[in-house]
Design a binder for this molecule. Structure first.
Ligand code: NDP
Ligand SMILES: N[C@@H](CC=O)C(=O)O
Ligand code: NA
Length: 381
């Protein structure tokens, strides 16, 4: 066998997605170790909000045992810049996996990339906050968006497939459409696993006796790992707005922020001032009748409520909110946490290219991150 090549992996965030990613990393590590020439994926950092394990001597952490080790570790988190300084001294390439929803970490991506460290992440914050940050990230990365037409070899690569539609091939499909010269005219569909789950459960049919209460289904979506760490970030429409911002920017629209277009919030006005997600969840059942009223009104028109988003490229119009659909409509017929993303393009004409499937959940999201890991590995070797 030829000499083993090596890539160092640094994981920040070990919640639902981070844990599932570590499981997939272990499987991939075993596979790549056996290929010829072997490639070693060596885990050297795991970090959560209040503690970390960093291998200063670059020795491999044992992935199946690392979470238990982290639990019992006393190593507090130094500022991330210190960790980054150490990672830049690695004897081989480093890939940082950001499995958090931290905006603070997201704003450091440009400097991480400039240091030659690649990033893979399901965290939407970096790509859907200010347009300046977006520009800064992709002018720092080795793979400028929307597709690598040139490379800056000393910089790191960045991929973020799971920021839209979790592991579904949404960004890679869009990149292929653009790279092969198609023109996107419209993107529309259901972009939130949480919202899909909620409306499929609260209003599965036109029958008033079917469907759970809104607050109980929100609690279920949270326990299934579909919601953002704070479910209000889903219910206020911002999570979908962030995904549409990312897609619109990839298409070339200079969207300034995810609040720059109409976004419907499902948070009752009275609960906008809740100081915590827990307080919000406790009080939400008091407002279930509001959703029942909306549901009843839609059913009178013979329609089902669904939470959707759209980008009209020519008019640069982006919008997010509730709409009503005939029960036979593909959007109304979704199941579970499924997303559906319709790409209308010049080549595909009036029959869109459709990507559909689970749009939230730890394993399917981690799968998109692991697929991004493979993309970076291919570019590095
Ligand atoms: N869940 C899903 O279905 C999907 C999630 N995503 C995205 O994936 C990301 C992770 O989601 P999920 O796993 O569900 O979230 P969780 O809340 O389960 O996990 C978040 C993890 O990040 C850690 N963390 C938060 N802030 C920091 C920080 N500043 N430094 C270090 N660690 C930090 C938390 O630490 P601690 O453990 O100490 O709290 C926790 O381990 C989010 O950006 C989310 O939007 C994208 C698509 C689908
Ligand atoms: N909270 C999000 C998770 C994936 O991005 C969702 O429900 O879609
Ligand atoms: Na995706």
């Amino acid at each position: 066998m030829s000499e083993t090549k090596r890539i160092f992996i640094a994981v920040v965030g070990v919640g639902g997605v981070g844990k599932a990613f570590l499981g997939q990393l272990e499987q991939l590590r075993e596979r790549l170790q056996k290929q010829d020439p072997p490639l070693e994926l060596r885990l050297v950092l795991v970090r959560r909000s209040n503690k970390q394990i960093l291998q200063k001597d670059w020795k491999a952490l044992d992935i199946p045992k690392v979470l238990a080790q982290l639990d019992s570790s006393n190593e507090r988190c130094p500022p991330f810049e210190e960790v980054l300084d150490h990672l830049t001294k690695a004897p081989s390439k480093v890939i940082l996996v950001d499995n958090t929803s931290s905006e603070a970490l997201a704003t450091t991506y440009p400097s991480i990339l400039q240091k030659g460290i690649s990033i893979i992440t399901p965290n939407k914050k970096a790509f859907s906050s200010t347009h300046d940050l977006w520009t800064s990230i992709f002018s720092s990365a080795a793979n400028p968006t929307p597709f690598p037409s040139q490379t800056r070899e000393t910089a790191g690569y960045i991929f973020h497939e799971s920021t839209v539609g979790a592991g579904l091939p949404v960004l890679s499909t869009l990149a292929d459409l653009l790279a092969t010269g198609d023109q996107i005219t419209k993107i529309e569909g259901v972009f939130s696993g949480t919202m899909s789950f909620l409306f499929n459960a609260v209003m599965p049919s036109l029958s008033p006796s079917e469907g759970g209460t809104f607050s109980a289904e929100v609690a279920k979506a949270k326990s299934l790992g579909y919601t953002e760490p704070d479910p209000r970030d889903d219910l206020n429409g911002l999570d979908v707005a962030r995904k549409l911002t990312i897609l619109a920017r990839l298409v070339g629209l200079p969207i300034s922020s995810p609040t720059a277009f109409p976004v419907q919030s499902l948070i009752p006005k009275e609960l906008e001032s809740c100081s915590s997600g827990d307080e919000f969840m406790q009080k939400l059942p008091d407002y279930d009748s509001r959703m029942t009223e909306l549901k009843t009104a839609a059913a009178k028109e013979g329609k089902l409520l669904r939470f959707v988003g759209s980008i009209d490229v020519a008019s640069e119009k982006v919008q997010v909110g509730l709409e009503k659909f005939e029960p036979s409509h593909p959007i109304a017929a979704l199941k579970g946490s499924d997303n559906i993303i319709n790409f209308y393009t010049k080549r595909y004409g009036s029959n869109p290219l459709i990507v559909q499937g689970a749009g939230a959940g730890a394993e399917v999201t981690a799968m998109g991150v692991t697929a991004d890991l493979l993309r970076v590995i291919r570019l590095l070797h």
